[in-house]
Design a protein. Structure first.
Lengths: 443, 134
């Protein structure tokens, strides 16, 4: 959309229509004490060159990779993005990737979304995927609302090891609707304690993240059985879908809805956004699924084609009874992840996940060797919790001075873990970087 | 769509304002949507029905009808418990269009009050209501 400011003549003619002489007259109903009497105190405009230099200076003050060795994950992961993804995504055909308002005329866009849905459903082991949602957090909140619609129950239970930001978004989404949120306890091994589920009635859903916020792999199969025993739907959430290249996906372990963040799959971290909400469910629940859905069909001559389908769930038809007020998708990010998955391929995902796992285990072993404690003994993927041997804050600060960001400080979210850090390793982390961290922690 | 005079509104069922019909079957009441409702909705592609054993008040929503152009809720004409649902509709929702009073039935209710069905409209009263709404 072009931005064309109004001319003096246009402003004057509009003011004549509303019956006032100047802009001050137009704004006269605004109380004087709500107006700023003086001009905005802004510096002079910079030239393009000056602005470039200013921004470069600003960037130099930040702890960015590769100048810093950054061992932070926590829902946003540094993965290598193949050049094929950047190239394909830059093609003009995809520059307006938004699901179009006359969708069927854009067969290429619909086919690309359909491919994304297919790859997503296969990765997560589920029967149907939607065209994507905003991010992992909103996808989880939508999944809980979906379960409430299906079961007609009002109470949901969350694992305390779901990303704290996701739980905050869920509270924002569900709180005002009169739904009851229960937070489950956690176990010594870094997994969710599901033993109390049997005593809870009126449960619509239980949500568990795996790998969870501590990087630990949950026993989804056992959790699913306990959740179904309680008559609730089993929602599996994730922040790191690459894990399913190595570990069993939630779909084959009984999950009814699987949703999470797809940033790992070809999308840059970009200070935390935009993300990709991946959302899948069992086919029997498809009519309660939120979001757009592309289907494959045949035209009257029998030729294959793609359509937006089951749109009667959506806001523009169903109005206030719509499944969700999200009538869009994060198409460009969804396409990036489809391109990523297609570029890496089935065996590539497995190899990549193994590489991530092996490197993480290397760092874990090295840190243990210099006196760190790894408090949870469950299997982990990419991330793990470590307790530094002495004076956590001093160690952290000292490492920062040496340009090493030693993970995410957990005490802010989990006060019971005051000297603990959540470390992250991916295929982009080099052995040299890990050795340096181990050496510095041990010194 | 049909003119009001063209509608088939048999005399052996009772009619609710929300366009359901209810047939007295001695112990139970069988419910569907009438010819006017199916005609207004167009080709029905999905019928969502309650679970057997569910109980509802009169006027409470018990399911949804989805056509190619709209989704509508369907409401209980009398209060009671669901004792049967028409499973054929999951595979053949078009039965609602083809035979709304026979194979297109939706639920069978054990009514809380066997006399409540008599508070609904007769065929001619329902026809008058439709004419008033036109």
């Amino acid at each position: 959309m072009r931005y064309l400011p109004h001319t003096e003549e246009e402003i004057a003619s509009m003011l004549r229509v509303v019956g006032t002489e100047d802009l001050d007259g137009l704004f006269s109903p605004v109380p004087p004490d709500c107006k700023m009497g003086t001009a905005l105190d802004l510096p002079d405009a910079l030239t393009e060159w000056e602005l470039g230099a200013f921004m470069n200076g600003l960037a130099a003050t930040m702890a960015t990779s590769p100048a810093y060795k950054i061992f932070m994950g926590g829902g946003s992961y540094e993965h290598y993005i193949p050049e094929s993804v950047s190239y394909l995504l830059g093609r003009s055909e995809f520059s307006t990737a938004y699901t179009p308002y006359q969708p069927e005329i854009s067969q290429g866009t619909l086919q690309a979304i359909y491919e994304y849905q297919t790859l997503t459903a296969r990765l997560l082991g589920m029967e149907v995927a939607n065209a994507s949602m905003y991010d992992g957090a909103s996808a989880l909140a939508e999944a809980l609302l979906m379960a409430i619609r299906i079961t007609k129950r009002k109470r949901v239970a969350l694992s305390p090891l779901i990303h704290p930001h996701y739980r905050a978004v869920v509270r924002t989404y569900l709180g005002p609707g009169g739904h009851e949120l229960v937070e489950l306890p956690s176990l010594e091994n870094g997994r969710t304690d599901i033993s109390g589920l049997a005593g809870m009635d009126d449960l619509a859903a239980v949500a568990i993240q795996s790998p969870n916020f501590f990087g630990c792999i949950e026993n989804l199969k056992a959790a699913g059985e306990a959740i179904h025993e309680a008559g609730a739907l089993f929602i599996a959430s994730f922040t790191e879908p690459l894990a399913y290249g190595l570990f069993k996906n939630p779909g084959c372990q009984g999950a009814d809805i699987v949703c999470g963040e797809g940033q790992s799959l070809g999308i840059p971290r970009s200070f935390g956004g935009p993300g990709l909400g991946m959302f899948t469910c069992r086919m029997k629940h498809v009519r309660n699924m939120p979001g757009r859905l592309v289907g494959k069909t045949a035209d009257r001559d029998g030729r294959a084609g793609f359509v937006l389908t089951l749109a009667t769930r959506e806001q523009h038809i169903r109005r206030e009874k719509a499944n969700s007020n999200i009538c869009t998708n994060n198409s460009l990010c969804a396409l990036a992840s489809a391109m990523y998955l297609a570029s890496v391929g089935g065996t590539g995902i497995r190899d990549l996940a193994s590489l991530n796992y092996d490197k993480t285990e290397y760092l874990k072993r090295g840190l243990r060797g210099v006196g760190c404690t790894v408090p949870f003994d469950s299997s982990t993927f990419n991330e793990f919790v470590v307790e530094f041997p002495k004076g956590f804050k001093d160690t952290y600060s000292r490492l920062l001075e040496k340009r090493i960001v030693a993970g995410i400080i957990l005490g802010n979210w989990y006060p019971e873990l005051p000297n603990h850090s959540l470390l992250c390793v991916t295929e982009t982390t080099t052995k040299e970087d890990m050795d340096e961290l181990i050496r510095e922690v041990g010194s | 769509m049909k003119e009001i005079e063209e509608l088939f509104l048999p005399d052996d069922v009772h009619y609710a304002e929300s366009h359901e019909w209810a047939r007295d079957e001695e112990e139970t009441v069988v419910v569907g949507v009438n010819d006017y409702a199916q005609d207004q909705l167009g080709d029905i592609v999905f019928v969502e029905l309650p679970e057997i054993g569910d109980t509802f008040e009169k006027g409470e929503e018990f399911g949804t009808l989805e056509s190619v152009k709209a989704v509508s809720e369907i409401y209980m004409p009398v209060a009671g418990k669901i004792v049967a649902t028409n499973e054929a509709l999951s595979e053949e929702p078009e039965l609602v269009n083809q035979e709304p009073y026979n194979s297109g039935w939706m639920i069978e209710i054990e009514p809380d009050d066997p006399d409540e069905i008599n508070t609904l409209m007769t065929s001619s009263e329902y026809m008058e209501m439709l004419k008033g709404a036109e």
